[in-house]
Design a protein around this ligand. Structure first.
Ligand SMILES: [Zn+2]
Length: 152
């Protein structure tokens, strides 16, 4: 089963710091968001805790994940998998799959304080820092350049 990387990224970006939008602050919007992805909406509070905990984790903070019960099934080929079609289960299942494959360090938050967008670093050596080089990357470069040029 392919890892739903996009789901994790989209889930983490249900909050937009810059626009001050949080899709999980409202049940109707959250349900619609889940429905568009073919998922059942788990408890909104849990989804929010989960999202914020993963974001904290990516920001290097000490995060505590909310308690989520996972059911493990065995497919016809004898391979175990996490069952369930709700948001928390699918996000956690994708997260665990990434960890297992050693790909979790590719999940990152843009360090631009007014952006903080989650993204998946597909670069060969995992060297990507910014969500996009043209926007946040060049803004940071320009800042660093101005700071270097500042007279002492
Ligand atoms: Zn950014």
């Amino acid at each position: 089963m392919p890892v739903r990387v996009a789901l994790v990224v989209e889930f983490l970006n249900t909050v937009d710091i810059d626009e001050d939008v949080d899709l999980l602050s409202n049940y109707a919007e959250y349900r619609q968001w889940a429905g568009e992805r073919g998922l059942r909406a788990t408890k909104r509070v849990v989804a929010r805790q989960l999202r914020d905990a993963i974001r904290d984790l990516l920001a290097g903070g000490a995060a505590q994940l909310p308690h989520v019960e996972l059911t493990v099934g065995i497919d016809p080929g004898g391979v175990p998998h996490v069952e369930g079609d709700d948001v928390a289960t699918r996000v956690l299942s994708a997260l665990l799959a990434l960890v297992e494959r050693g790909e979790w360090p590719r999940m990152k938050l843009c360090p631009n304080p007014v952006c903080l967008e989650a993204f998946y670093d597909r670069s060969k050596n995992r060297s990507r820092t910014w969500c996009d080089m043209a926007g946040c990357g060049s803004a940071a470069k320009a800042r660093a350049y101005r700071q270097r040029r500042r007279p002492r």
